[in-house]
Design a protein around this ligand. Structure first.
Ligand SMILES: [Fe+2]
Ligand SMILES: [Zn+2]
Length: 272
């Protein structure tokens, strides 16, 4: 069954969403010019969706771990992976295909499959946020997600980090005026949004995307605000890519002259 990703675009947002279909043979998926274009769209930042990457036999194997358990905030992403032979026979080729797709689509010389995370639990109704994990200045998070669930994975996508710094600088300075050393700016911005303040508060423009089962998509979770409306099983692979023109949160604050205390100050080492 060929299912396709659906996107409802809010024209007030700048994030482009590109949806394409995956060929069986990845070897000539993109020319060097197309790879350059993909890198440009990803870094803009935009979202690139490739439908029908994974066929039914592999999806069926990955679904062995599916659970009705609804993951709570900060809980583990799985209870371990299934140990069956049929699961392993699906998992390894799935990882290889995502890795190869990523190489072919962007032209990056990836040494391995990156950091992997198998997430078979249900996630729903997240707050709108930028991810809080740390990516060094000078590097860019390249995230690939496979939806192996039986239902679409539904995301809302809000403004980019650059958009909020450009359009809501005063609010952001207010939200971050007590930022502690080592604290990710994403945390207080998310909390303020939940309390109805700042650029991520309810009512902000949102794209809505329903990622089809079998689709793989690429989105930088540090620079694109997003919220899982509903998601069953998904598998994540992430790489940190060296970039010459860094657009990390600290670099964007500096470029747009948003004043944030302790911007590049790491958390103090805990006393021994
Ligand atoms: Fe996230
Ligand atoms: Zn940077």
């Amino acid at each position: 069954m060929n299912e396709v990703t659906k996107a409802e675009i809010d024209p007030r947002l700048e994030t482009p969403i590109v949806v394409m279909s995956c060929p069986e043979d990845l070897s000539e998926f993109a020319t060097p010019e197309q790879q350059e274009e993909m890198r440009r769209i990803y870094a803009q930042p935009g979202i690139i969706v490739v439908d029908n990457v994974m066929g039914e036999p592999i999806l069926t194997g990955l679904r062995e771990g599916l659970s009705d358990y609804r993951r709570k905030f900060k809980e583990n992403f799985n209870f371990g992976r299934p140990e069956t032979e049929s699961f392993k026979l699906a998992y390894s080729p799935a990882v290889e295909r995502i890795t190869e797709l990523t190489r072919m689509l962007f032209g990056y010389d990836l040494k391995d499959g990156g950091t992997m995370s198998y997430r078979p639990l249900i996630t729903a109704d997240e707050p709108l946020h930028y991810d809080t994990y740390d990516v060094e200045c000078g590097q860019m998070a390249l995230m690939a997600v496979l939806n192996f669930d039986i239902r679409p994975r539904v995301w809302n996508v809000g403004p980019t980090f650059r958009e909020i710094c450009r359009d809501s600088a005063a609010d952001i300075e207010e939200i971050l005026k007590k930022k502690k050393p080592g604290e990710s700016p994403s945390v207080p911005i998310r909390s303020a949004g939940l309390k109805g303040f700042g650029p991520l508060k309810a009512g902000t423009p949102l794209h809505r995307i329903e990622f089809a089962p079998g689709a793989v998509w690429y989105a930088n979770p540090k620079t694109i605000s997003h919220q899982i409306v509903y998601g069953g099983g998904a598998h994540f692979q992430q790489w940190n890519i060296d970039v010459s023109d860094c657009a990390c949160q600290a670099c964007v604050f500096e470029e747009l002259a948003v004043k944030v205390p302790n911007l590049r100050v790491p958390a103090p080492a805990t006393a021994a």
